[in-house]
Write a protein that binds this ligand. Sequence first.
Ligand SMILES: *Cc1c(COP(=O)(O)O)cnc(C)c1O
Length: 635
Amino acid sequence: MADNWSIEDAEELYGVKRWGAGYFSIGDNGSIKITPNHRLPDVTIDMQEVMDEIIAEGIQLPAVIRFHDILRSQVEILNETFAQTIEDAKYNGKYVGVFPIKVNQMREVVEEIMDAGEPYNYGLEAGSKPELMAVLAYNENPNALTILNGYKDEDYLTLALLGRQLGRKMIIVIEKFSELEMLIPLAKKLGVEPMIGLRSKMMVRSSGKWAGSSGDRAKFGLSITEILNIVDLLKKEDMLHCAKLLHFHIGSQLSDIRKIKEAVSEGARLYAKLIQMGVPLEYLDIGGGLGIDYDGTSSTTDSSRNYSTEEYVADVVYGVKQICQLEDVPHPNLVSESGRAITAHHSCVVTNIVGEIKNTGAQFDITRAEGEHILVSNMRELITAADMHPQERYNDAASFKQSTYEAFKLGILSLEEMAKIDTMYWQILAEIHDSLDRETFVFQELEELEDMLASQYLCNFSIFQSAADTWAIGQVLPIVPITRLNEKPEVRCSIVDITCDSDGKLSKYIEGTEISDNIPMHTLRKGETYHVGMFLTGAYQDVMGDMHNLFGRLTEVHIYCHDDEDGDFYIEEVVPGTSAEKVLETMQYNTDYMAKTVKKWLDREVRKGKIAPREGVRWTDYYEKCLAGTTYLKV
Ligand SMILES: *Cc1c(COP(=O)(O)O)cnc(C)c1O
């Protein structure tokens, strides 16, 4: 280990403990360490050992690794925090949360959450017909809630009533007045009594990327006028007793606790007024929004939050209690639809760096040639001008470079001269960068210079498949080397993916408590694979990805911790990623036809005697094997 570098330095640089929420840290061996079970702090998994096993089993990278124990821990922590706070506050209601499956619909994820949540009667939330069909089959606990949000048609409502027939607590949350007009005759016709929720459009404006979920122009929810009209209609139909729940959701990833407090008091006030009007509400559903500290700054940036789960829960429980006291109404049972907070930590994407793209990489022999152009000589003089003021030297280099381009367009410079100037230009920039004394010297273009000199590490994955929000909304996700963290990372680089899209890159990195345009990583070594992990991908990222460039879903590795096993873990299941064939088929290609076409052309060449028959068969087999294989780079 280098003297001037410690594990603490690595932890500080990549912010591992700040975003790791107790689950991630760096081991003494310089490898990422996972403590997946919040009740068993001594059971730890070494990520290097996980990688070794993945590779030994021949699993192709990139892969999603799911730590099921983290998922269970998050379910337990949320439920127990509510239970404890409710007890401390002498609050009369219970907490009966639901997991919104849109955040991660993977069957194994939903099953694990239901299993871990059983003791707490933790339920599920659906926001569409297919999600409703899934939760109907997977929430079998008659004491747990199933909350049904989103826009509804007659089938959606009928399926919800089917759930009532099965004895489930299915709550149909009315988003629009017309849904109720559809529901009432349907329920009467089928002779099923629905449980009804009302989604209120909130006045509080949340901040951040999902601010549009509240306010007058929100897509979802009922205005006060509409709520009163609904109450009237229910009364008229003798169905007011069906109104069980008041719901609001002001947005996801709420970064500022003040907005949460405001929303809670607005919602609780509305609940109280409705109770006073005789609406027999039993539940107050505060929606999602519990944030994740992705960038580890504990602040109100879009990728962070300025509160803990304990503070969030306390603000909800004490906030609702206080308003109920003031309004003299009973305490409602509390529901939250926390999705991000339950799943974000449990999965990560592991992959390898397959190459480096570097401006300073290619070298051309810069020896002086007889009669060379003045621009070449000028640039050469700058190489030896080490005593020159760095700013001046930088400006000169940039200006010669620009003149070179102009000269080339006029046909004055040869390709060799261009290559020489280019080689020298990058050499000069690197020298300026290395010689700068950052403490004392103010260099205006420092960031620009660092960005120009940064390498690009080509990473075997697709941003569009695995980290959609980094591309779409500028979300920060931690990216960290999996090993060698006991070595000082010496290369500044940015991470680019293997799609043919110049947008296919990560543009924000955690560097200490700052967000940078690039990040230090280790020098790549010949013959040694460099593994990196992208963390906190379990919420939305896992399931939102698209097939840009026809890169498919990743292979999944499901891991459980177990202290009797070597390394305290075992791989419970490997779910193969989407094959090239499957991805092509979703775009309506007929892969049988494709294979036959290639074979037809090969046969033709064989008949012509250009390819030996045996060789023809080998090519045919090879094409078919690639169709069945991975869409990512095999390395
Ligand atoms: C998306 C959504 C959620 C989940 O929000 P998180 O911020 O992930 O907890 C909850 N409720 C509704 C209505 C949603 O649309």
